[in-house]
Design a binder for this molecule. Structure first.
Ligand SMILES: *Cc1c(COP(=O)(O)O)cnc(C)c1O
Length: 394
């Protein structure tokens, strides 16, 4: 049976593994920077690309390759290229697909650092970005120019949980000969498979749910062989934002439990969102699993679960937000997400702190907003910890 015939949960555990002569059960970590050849002719054939095989770990490492093949199988993509971080995955995609004078249309509700990369760092090289509302299909359509190469989005967005219709945006992109790039970090392939919905490229920060335990930095780009295997692999191979074998091994272990973890994350997040909605100090809860969510129907049709990132607004603004965060005893005050441990963040002064006040306004990040990335602790303990702080606010 080839990997292709297996179902998702089997692929998550077994895809991509090639056992060595030692017969190891779990995947080994290949900590070697280079590889030896049996002859000068073999070395020449490997370097020229006439013969496949390992050359140098910046671009060929067996542990990294196993991770790439397993994640490609889970996303339903032909090829995956692993990178040293999620930002390195986005940068490698940009370097691979864009040149000076090109244009990107991006959602204004993407990861804050991605906004900074597009609007400051890529702009220096003559690449322009137009930011639009994630959910306004007309705005996407109108922002496309002759020199637009791709549309870039995250859905659901972080921290507000807005949901975009991937299929419709893929159609808009393809009608204008553009690609659709989706950062699938918040859902993982367990909850959403953008390639099957029409997207061309999927980006991951493996640092988040793929690891799932807050240990390692990594990223990945998944899509067709002729884009990811050529343009993007070419950048990683030459420019060097490669994934370390140790990190690849950690992510392989993460993928093996991804499905059960995502289900547990979603269950906890759903219960917490419903509980927060009933709290008097809370004026709004943003979570795609709530029936009151404006894109609830799209989320139901394109995702198999709501995800585990939610945010809520406090009536008392920044002072109350900081007071609530400081009153928690168990929740971790950190900007990471996708960890077994629940984290609490004040986006306006941390993850979105480098945006201009105007950009923050456009992205809907108010001073009273708190984000929670829900972990795997007992739901009763999560509620009790937040209850301390909430009780003091009214
Ligand atoms: C964290 C994150 C990134 C960046 O990933 P790093 O691994 O931190 O470089 C990109 N996109 C989203 C949605 C993220 O949450």
């Amino acid at each position: 049976m080839s990997d292709k015939d297996y179902k998702f949960n089997t692929l998550a555990v077994r895809a991509g593994q090639v056992r060595t002569a030692e017969g190891e059960h779990s995947e080994p970590i290949f900590t070697t920077s280079s590889y030896v050849f049996s002859s000068a002719a073999e070395a020449a054939a490997r370097f020229s690309g006439d013969e496949p095989g390992n050359i140098y770990s910046r671009f060929t490492n067996p542990t990294v390759r196993t991770f790439e093949q397993r994640l490609a199988a889970l996303e339903g993509g032909e090829r995956c290229v692993a990178t040293s971080s999620g930002m390195a995955a986005i940068l490698s995609t940009c370097l691979g697909l864009l040149k000076a004078g090109d244009h990107i249309v991006a959602s204004q509700s993407i990861f804050g650092t991605t906004t900074v990369m597009f609007s400051q760092h890529l702009a220096k090289f003559g690449i322009e970005t137009t930011f639009v509302s994630l959910t306004d299909l007309n705005a996407w359509q109108e922002a496309i120019q002759d020199n637009t190469v791709f549309l870039f989005l995250e859905t659901p967005s972080n921290p507000l949980g807005e949901v975009a219709d991937i299929h419709q945006l893929a159609t808009i992109a393809h009608d204008s000969d553009c690609l659709l790039v989706v950062d699938n970090c918040l859902c993982t392939p367990v909850l959403q498979r953008p390639l099957a919905l029409g997207a061309d490229i999927v980006i991951h920060s493996a640092t988040k749910f793929l690891d799932g335990q807050g240990r390692c930095m990594g990223g990945a780009v998944i899509g067709k062989e002729d884009i990811v295997g050529k343009d993007i692999f070419g950048v990683v191979r030459t420019c060097g934002p490669s994934m370390s074998p140790f990190n690849a091994w950690t992510f392989l272990k993460g993928l093996e439990t991804l499905s059960v973890r995502m289900k547990a994350h979603c269950d906890n997040a759903q219960q917490l969102a419903e509980w927060l909605q009933a709290q008097p100090a809370v004026s709004a809860v943003y979570f795609p699993g709530l029936k009151t969510h404006p894109q609830y129907a799209i989320a139901q049709s394109q995702q198999s679960g709501p995800g585990a990132v939610l945010s809520f607004e406090l009536k008392g603004g920044k002072d109350d937000a900081w007071r609530l965060i400081d009153a928690t005893e168990m929740l971790s005050i950190t900007a990471n997400l996708g960890d077994t441990r629940t984290t609490i963040t004040h986006p306006a002064t941390t993850t979105h702190g480098r945006l201009t006040p105007e950009q923050r306004d456009d992205a809907g990040i108010s001073d009273g907003l708190i984000r929670i990335a829900v972990g795997l602790e007992d739901i009763d303990d999560l509620k009790a910890d937040l209850q301390h702080g909430l009780a003091g606010l009214i």
